[in-house]
Design a protein around this ligand. Structure first.
Ligand SMILES: [Zn+2]
Length: 476
């Protein structure tokens, strides 16, 4: 390609506070429309906002985790625009004095680490929600979400590929959930992003004209929408057309982006400091206190997993991406199961179930203790890998522990040398032709006997012992 993509992301993370940012209304999801509202979040005249201290604390947590400078006197500003889901006709946000600035985040793509700069993180309130009547001509407004706290995280245009953008968003998601500041539930819109994309001829310093694709609420959509935008803009430029600076939306069914409004129609927000809210003054002691309470973050955990459990970078990364998965992994390992085997089971069977049933690892139906026990049976050789899969399926279905399943169904691996020797001797004497062929040098015939033993034992013969005994008997 003769063009280089330049990508920047603006992520919105909904904060997991109990109450809204400027009033005491509940942030709980799924309540009847307009139940969680009061004069403040309804924007009634004369109602005054009071800042939720938790929001400031959460913003500082994220700022520190992403190496930002924390501003000790940040300020709220009014972002003015008219829309039916915004009763005050302005959103309280931050403008020229955001709480966090100049941070960074490392991402890993194709085994290469890239550092992505973060311009700013600021606090703001969410708007309400419009509900359009299907096949009707009415629209309804639900203001339960109005005033729910958000952090907006703005990256520098440092990203160069759709894969990097996806990796950046995934990393940020795992950090906010590790910090416990957001539930990060993307289906509920807790974590969404706007992607700015432009192209420039390779070697050129100056940025090209950019488009902004709004409200991408899955990692896959981010990657797909940016891939589409790069292809679309490339085609336009090769056709000697001008890129129009505009806001676009992603259609996840048609898999394309389409224009929502051009720059000419763009809002002039007329920002000014909110006179109802004082400057947010924070002491450096408060920042220090939050700093000391930060939990272990994904990068540090990854390093520890590699060092303590001998896992590869890739394995460690898969495990730490989801905080719950990482904790589950440690529980299974603590119950004396081999770390590499545990990692394989989690990234294979467990994650398959998580995707299929759209549940987190705690709701897959396999308690950490049960997985550890299954892996121990495997380690000590009392069941084969194949039988382990059968036991696992049964565990999912019945919720029983592996010991019971193996006992009741008689799945224990046959490792009794005496029994297996007897079985093999009968087999050999029943198949003299094959024995002759083996002795004449056709050694691959051994596989025939292994197959026969497995058939007779329903796959429960210990393959190592079978092989050992066969060598001995056939060569003897
Ligand atoms: Zn309220």
């Amino acid at each position: 390609m003769q063009f280089e993509p330049v990508i920047g992301l603006e992520i919105h993370a909904q904060l997991a506070t109990q109450s809204k940012i400027f009033c005491s209304c509940s942030t709980q999801f799924g309540k009847p429309p307009n139940e969680s509202t009061c004069p403040v979040c309804l924007g009634l005249p004369g109602a005054l906002p009071v800042l939720n201290r938790r929001v400031v604390e959460f913003a500082i947590r994220l700022g520190l985790a992403t190496h930002c400078t924390i501003r000790l006197d940040s300020q709220f500003a009014r972002k003015n625009y008219f829309y039916p889901d915004l009763p005050k006709a302005y959103q309280i946000s931050q403008f020229d004095r955001p709480i966090c600035e100049n941070g960074w985040l490392d991402i890993e793509v194709d085994r290469q680490t890239r550092r992505i700069s973060i311009t700013r993180i600021h606090m703001e309130e969410d708007a309400g929600k419009l509900v359009h009547e299907e096949d009707g001509d009415s629209s309804f407004v639900d203001l339960n979400r109005a005033g729910v706290p958000l952090l907006e995280i703005v990256s520098e245009p440092d990203l160069r590929t759709p894969e990097e953008a996806k990796a950046y968003m995934e990393k940020m998601h795992s950090i906010v959930t590790y910090l416990g500041i957001s539930e990060g539930d993307m289906e509920k819109g807790h974590f969404r992003c706007d992607a700015n994309v432009s192209l420039r001829p390779i070697g050129q310093e100056k940025f090209g004209t950019r488009t902004e694709t709004k409200n991408l609420n899955s990692f896959r959509f981010v990657q797909q929408a940016i891939t589409y935008e790069i292809a679309r803009q490339t085609e336009e430029l090769l056709d000697s057309k001008r890129i129009v600076q505009e806001t676009r939306l992603w259609d996840s069914v048609k898999k394309n982006t389409y224009s929502m409004r051009s720059k000419e129609e763009a809002h002039d927000y007329r920002y000014f400091p909110d006179p109802d809210l004082p400057v947010v003054r924070i002491s450096s002691d408060f920042v220090e206190q939050i700093h000391n309470q930060l939990p272990e973050l994904p990068d540090a955990k990854k390093q520890r997993f590699m060092e303590s459990f001998g896992l590869s970078t890739y394995d460690a990364e898969v495990l730490v991406a989801d905080k719950q998965v990482a904790e589950y992994f440690e529980e299974v390992v603590a119950a004396k199961a081999d770390p590499k085997l545990v990692c394989n089971w989690i990234s294979g069977e467990l994650m398959r179930l998580m995707n299929e049933n759209k549940v987190d690892i705690r709701n897959v139906g396999i308690p950490a203790k049960s997985l550890a026990s299954l892996i121990q049976f495997l380690q000590e050789g009392s069941i084969s890998g194949k039988i382990a899969k059968t036991v696992f399926e049964e565990m999912v279905k019945s919720g029983k522990d592996p010991a019971t399943i193996i006992e009741v169904q008689g799945l224990k691996q046959v490792s009794d040398e005496g029994a297996l020797r007897g079985l093999l001797e009968t087999l050999l004497s029943n198949n003299p032709k094959q024995v002759e062929q083996f002795r004449a040098g056709k050694t691959q015939i051994k596989g025939f006997f292994v197959g026969q033993v497995m058939k007779e034992t329903k796959g429960q013969a210990n393959p190592q012992i079978v092989n050992q005994l066969l060598e001995e008997l056939l060569n003897g």
